[in-house]
Design a protein around this ligand. Structure first.
Ligand SMILES: Nc1nc2c(ncn2[C@@H]2O[C@H](COP(=O)(O)OP(=O)(O)OP(=O)(O)O)[C@@H](O)[C@H]2O)c(=O)[nH]1
Ligand SMILES: [Mg+2]
Ligand SMILES: [Zn+2]
Length: 225
């Protein structure tokens, strides 16, 4: 019976995720689900990337936390479409949360949507939100063993971000080990090192977003032709 229940929950989630995907596609929005441990630097990264993407691309942000609207307040400095979701005891975002948030946004004024998931490397991986890509985020201060210990996000991610690279000179972090672990789990995924503090690597990350967005748009045009 337990298996049945889990399957039903995921099935219901997938139905709403498909609805979200259709809405986002119709509006031409490229959506990224950002998944990383608490404090790995998700909000700082989104703040920095938003400043670089705009005004060329208009950004919208949905952010999930158990409590507070502190992240939304931080990001609202750079973006006028920010929705905070408080999940209470929930440790991940589900498609219905995103669906509700989309209902409060002007989708005609968004090109890139960041969805900052609840800080957690485990169950957010299993819940489709209707995003185009899931991004796995780790940090130098989190330790070089975290990719190996969290294989599911590494396998699902379209890209791995390694944040807080400015701390490499202060904390022990075996970059080769981290790279080898990622390659072993997912040979096709790239790693981009970034620092929201110094700006290092952000140009590469923003370039990746623009390239993937263009690829998605040209595929959509080809499908319509
Ligand atoms: N040195 C350094 N510190 C950073 C960097 N990015 C974020 N931080 C710091 O790390 C802490 C957590 O950053 P957040 O952006 O709040 O991390 P988060 O992943 O959004 O955290 P939650 O939403 O609570 O899971 C803060 O004190 C940031 O100032 C970075 O690139 N370098
Ligand atoms: Mg945050
Ligand atoms: Zn969860």
């Amino acid at each position: 019976m337990k298996v049945q229940l889990v399957e039903n929950v995921l099935k219901a989630n997938d139905e709403v995720a498909s609805l979200n995907r259709r809405l986002l596609k119709e509006a031409g929005i490229f959506a990224l689900d950002i998944i990383g441990a608490p404090g790995c630097g998700k909000t700082a990264m989104i703040e920095a990337a938003t400043q670089l993407l705009q005004p060329e691309l208009r950004v919208g942000i949905i952010v999930g936390d158990l409590a507070t609207q502190r992240d939304a307040d931080r990001m609202a400095k750079w973006c006028d479409q920010v929705i905070q979701i408080n999940t209470g005891k929930g440790c991940h975002l589900e498609a219905h949360h995103v669906h509700q948030a989309l209902g409060h946004m002007d989708l005609t004024k968004i090109d890139v949507l960041f969805i900052e998931n609840v800080g957690n490397l485990i169950c957010p991986v299993g819940f489709d939100l209707g995003q185009d890509v899931k991004i796995g985020m780790f940090s130098v201060s989190g330790g070089d063993d975290k990719a190996a210990k969290h294989p599911f996000i590494v396998c699902e991610a379209a890209l791995i971000l390694l944040g807080k690279t400015d701390l490499l000179q202060y904390v022990p972090f075996d970059m080769q080990l981290f790279r080898d672990d990622v390659k072993h789990l997912n040979p096709n995924v790239n790693i981009i090192g970034i620092s929201a503090t110094t700006g290092q690597g952000l140009d590469k990350w923003v370039h990746w977003i623009k390239a993937r967005r263009s690829l998605r748009s040209s595929r959509a045009e080809a499908a319509q032709a």
